[in-house]
Design a protein around this ligand. Structure first.
Ligand code: GDD
Ligand code: MG
Length: 325
C-alpha cells in the first residue's frame, strides 16, 4: 500500500521553531513528528511513502534518506507550493495504478487504526473517506455534516464560530480511490478542502470515519506541548538516553524522556511531561515540568521552567523563572 504525506507547509504558526527546520522535523518526545507517523504506517502494511516536500525539502532528504522503517521513501519536490491537493495530482504517476491509497497531513499525530479505516472505505464504496475526530472548537479545522449512513453531506473548511455543521472535524487522514486524482486540476496550487471535498460531498462520494483514539494537529505552540504530553503518556514511564549523569538527590517524574549526554545536578525535580533533548545541562535545585528543552541548552542552578518550550543552545542563568506559555 502507498501513502502520500503532505510535508510542505511553512509552519508559520510555529515560528520561530520552524525557521530552522520544517514543522515535521520538530521533535515530539525526542523524535521528529514524521518518525511517529512513518513508524505507524509501516506497522499497518504501507511499503511506499511519497513525501510531498517544498519548504526546506533537503532537510527531509538528509534526515530520512531513501528508506525508513522498511519502507521506500520517494520525494516529490515542488517548485512552487501546490497546496494540499496539487501534490496528489503531481504524484499521479505513482498513485493511479488501481488500489486506494492513504493521504496524510504530515503535521498530525494520531493512533488511528488504518486497517479499520481502509475496511470502512471498502465497505462503503465511495471514492474517498475522511477520518473524523470530535473537537470542542472546529473553527481551526474542516468540519462536516454526516448523514445516517456516514456519508458527508457538507464539508466546511474553517467554519466561523457558530456556523460549524458539527464538532466532527477532518483529521487530515484520508483514503482515496485513484479516481479522486481526476478531481484535482493540474499544474497549480489546489486546496483539497475547498475544491475537492465539497464536490465529492455533493456527488455523494465522500464518507466520514469517526475515530476516538489519540489525535492532535501540532499547528501551534500550545498544541505542540499537548502533543508532547500525550505521546510521553502513551509511551509510559521515563526513558533515559546514553551518558546521562544524574545526581542521586534528583528526581525525574514520569512520563518524561531524557536524551543522550545530559547532565542534571543535585536536588532538582524534572517532570512530569518533560522532554529533555541531547547535550542539555541542568544545574542544582532546578524545577522543570511540562516542558520541552531543545538540544544544547544550559540551565543554571535554581532555575524553574513550567509549561514552556526552550529552543536549542539557549543559556538560562541562575534563579531564572519561566512561567506557563
Ligand atoms: N507539499 C505541500 N505543499 N504540503 C503542504 C502545502 C504545500 O503547498 N501546504 C500545506 N501543506 C501540508 C502541511 O505541511 C500540513 O502537513 C498539511 O499540508 C495541512 O496544512 P496546514 O497548513 O497544516 O492546514 P491546517 O492545519 O490549517 O488545516 C488542515 O488540517 C486540519 C487537520 O489538522 C485541513 O486539512 C483541515 O480541514 C483539517 O481539519
Ligand atoms: Mg495543520
Amino acid at each position: 500500500m502507498k501513502a502520500l504525506v503532505l510535508a510542505g507547509g511553512f509552519g508559520t504558526r510555529l515560528r520561530p521553531l520552524s525557521c530552522t527546520r520544517p514543522k515535521l522535523l520538530i521533535p515530539v518526545a525526542n523524535q521528529p513528528v514524521i518518525d511517529w507517523t512513518l513508524r505507524d504506517l509501516s506497522t499497518h502494511g504501507v511499503d511506499t511513502v511519497i513525501l510531498a516536500v517544498n519548504y526546506m525539502a533537503e532537510a527531509f532528504v538528509r534526515y530520512l534518506g531513501p528508506t525508513k522503517f522498511n519502507m521506500g521513501i520517494l520525494y516529490s519536490r515542488e517548485e512552487r507550493p501546490l497546496g494540499t491537493g496539487g501534490p496528489i495530482r503531481r504524484a499521479e504517476g505513482f498513485l493511479k495504478d488501481g488500489d486506494p491509497f492513504l493521504v496524510l497531513n504530515g503535521d498530525v499525530i494520531s493512533s488511528i487504526d488504518y486497517h479499520r479505516l481502509l475496511e470502512f472505505h471498502r465497505e462503503n464504496g465511495g471514492l474517498a473517506t475522511i477520518a473524523l475526530h470530535e473537537v470542542p472548537d472546529p473553527s481551526r479545522f474542516g468540519a462536516v455534516e454526516l448523514d445516517s449512513r456516514d456519508r458527508v453531506r457538507r464539508f466546511v473548511e474553517k467554519p466561523k464560530p457558530g456556523e460549524e455543521p458539527s464538532n466532527l472535524v477532518n483529521a487530515g487522514i484520508y483514503v482515496f480511490d485513484p479516481k479522486v486524482i481526476e478531481y484535482i486540476p493540474e499544474g497549480r496550487s489546489v486546496s483539497t478542502e475547498l475544491e475537492v471535498f465539497p464536490r465529492l460531498a455533493e456527488e455523494g462520494q465522500l464518507y466520514g470515519f469517526e475515530f476516538r483514539d489519540l489525535w492532535i494537529d501540532i499547528g501551534m505552540p500550545e498544541d505542540y506541548l499537548k502533543a508532547n504530553a500525550l505521546l510521553l503518556g502513551r509511551e509510559n514511564g521515563t526513558k533515559f538516553g546514553q551518558d546521562v549523569v544524574l545526581d542521586s538527590s534528583t528526581e525525574v517524574l514520569a512520563p518524561s524522556v531524557i536524551g543522550n549526554n545530559v547532565k542534571i545536578g543535585g536536588k532538582s525535580l524534572i517532570g512530569p511531561n518533560c522532554t529533555i533533548a541531547d547535550n542539555v545541562e541542568i544545574g542544582n535545585g532546578c524545577r522543570i515540568e511540562n516542558s520541552i528543552i531543545f538540544p544544547g541548552t544550559i540551565i543554571g542552578d535554581f532555575t524553574s521552567v513550567k509549561g514552556a518550550i526552550i529552543g536549542e543552545n539557549v543559556m538560562l542563568e541562575r534563579w531564572v523563572k519561566i512561567e506557563e506559555e
